[in-house]
Design a protein around this ligand. Sequence first.
Ligand SMILES: [Zn+2]
Length: 490
Amino acid sequence: MADEGDKNANWRFGATEEIQLATLARVAWVEQQQREPLAPLLDMSKENEVESDAATNVLDVLAETSHGDLLKRFLDRLAEVFAREKEPINFVSCTAMVEQEDGATIFVSRNKKLVKHDDKFSRNLAVCLEKLSRGSFYVRKVDHNLIIVSDVGNHEQESQLWELLLVFYEKRIEYNIRQFLHGMRSSAQGRSLSVAKEGDTVGDFAKLQSDCQQFRAGNKSLAGSIVKSANDLARAVDIKACLGRSIRQGRIESTLELLRFLGRLRLAYDTILDAAKRFASFSQVTIIFVETPIVSNPRASLEQAMGVIDACYKTGGMKLPSWITERVPHSKFKKFEVALGQPLHVHAEVQMLFFLLHADRGDLQPLPYLGVSKKTCLLCGYFLENFSRFGARRNHGKIYPNWTLPRQARLQKEYPTCMNAAIRSLMVSTASLALDRDQSKLNMVKESDAAPSTSSGMNPTTDSAVDHLRRQYHERFARERNAKWLENLG
Ligand SMILES: [Zn+2]
C-alpha cells in the first residue's frame, strides 16, 4: 500500500517515517507509558509573552471574544456526548466549528465509525439548537438603540434537548451506573445511610443509590433523575462529609469521581443549552461527520525496528537497554514485539485537523479550538502544539504505541511546509521520550476530566510555572541530544 493512492496529494508521510515514529513511540511506551503531561497552550502563552508567536496566541484570539470560553466548553462537552460508549471500545471523539453570522457548522470525528444512531441524533440536535436559539433572542428598543436580549425560557425545547441527550447517551449512563454501584460496594465500610431525611445531602445520596439499584433491576426510566441528582450531589458543599458516613476514608475521592462521571451528561446539557441561548449563529446549525479514521498497517519487521532503535541510541550516545539487547526482562521485549504487529491509528483530533486543512476547505476558517472528549494523549499534544493552528483541552501525558498520522493528504497550499516542520519536531520529541529511561515513576494521570470546574477543564493550580520550566528544560536538553540523530535520518 506504501506509495500508491491519490495522485493529487501534495503532502505525504512516508512509509519509512511512519515506521520510525511508531518504533520510537513503542520503545518509549515500553519504558514508561505515563510521562509529564504538557502544559495547556493557554497557560504557556501567558508565561511566554516575550517570545510569543502566532502559534501560541491563536487561542488568545478566541479567549478575547466574548463567548470564546463558552464555545470551548461547548465543543468539549459535545465531544463527550459523541463518545457515547465505553465498552467494548472506548469511544473518543473530537469536534470543531465554523461560525458565521447566518449559521454554525459543527464537525465531528471519532475513533469509531459514526452510524445511523449518531446521524439521527445529530439531525435532531441541530433542530433543537436552532429552535432554542431562535426562541431565545428578542429585540428591545432602549433609548433609540436596538438591544438583543437572550435567555428567554423555552421549556418544551429544553426538555426535548434533555430527552435527546438521555437516549443518545444511554449506554454510557448504564456503564456509569454500574461503575458507581461497584465503587460503592467495594468502598463501603458497613454502615448504611438509612437514617437519612428527605431533601438533605445524605437523604439524596441514599435515594440516588436506591434509584441506581432500581435502574439495574430494570427501571430504565430513572436514568434522567439519576444523572441530574448525581450532578447536584457532586456539587453539594457537604458531599465529602456525606460520603464519609458510609465509605472508607481512602475511597472518598474516587467515589466522588464516579459521582461526577454519573452526573456528567447534565453538565453537557447545561453547556449546550447555554450555548444555544447565547449564540445567534445557532439559529442555523449543520452537523457534519468527518470520515472514519484511517487505520494503517505498516508491518514493520523486527529488523527494521531494531535499525531505527540502534540509530537513535547511537546518536544519542547511549547504550541500548537490556530488554532490547538481551531481551531481559523478557516481558518488556514481548510487549514491544506484540505492539510491532498491531495496526496504527489516526486519533480523532489529528483526523479532524487534516479534514479542516483539506484543499477543498480553504475558505472554511474554523475556530482555532478542537473539542475533545478527554484530554489529549502525549503525541497528539506534541503534534497540535508543534503545528500551532488549533488548541485543545489539557494533556494527560500518556504515550500510545499505535499512534500515527495520515499517510497522505491534499492540503491547502500553505500547510505542507508547516506540517513537515511539525512532524520533524514530533520526531525529535518522540526520540527523546524513547531515550529517556531515567523517568521517575509518575502516577497515572486521569484521561478524563469528570469535573470541569474551570473553563475547558483547565486547572491553573496544577499547571504551575515550575512544571512549565521543568518541561522547557527537559525539552531543550532533549533537542540538543537528538539534533544529530535527526540529521542522520537523511
Ligand atoms: Zn491522541
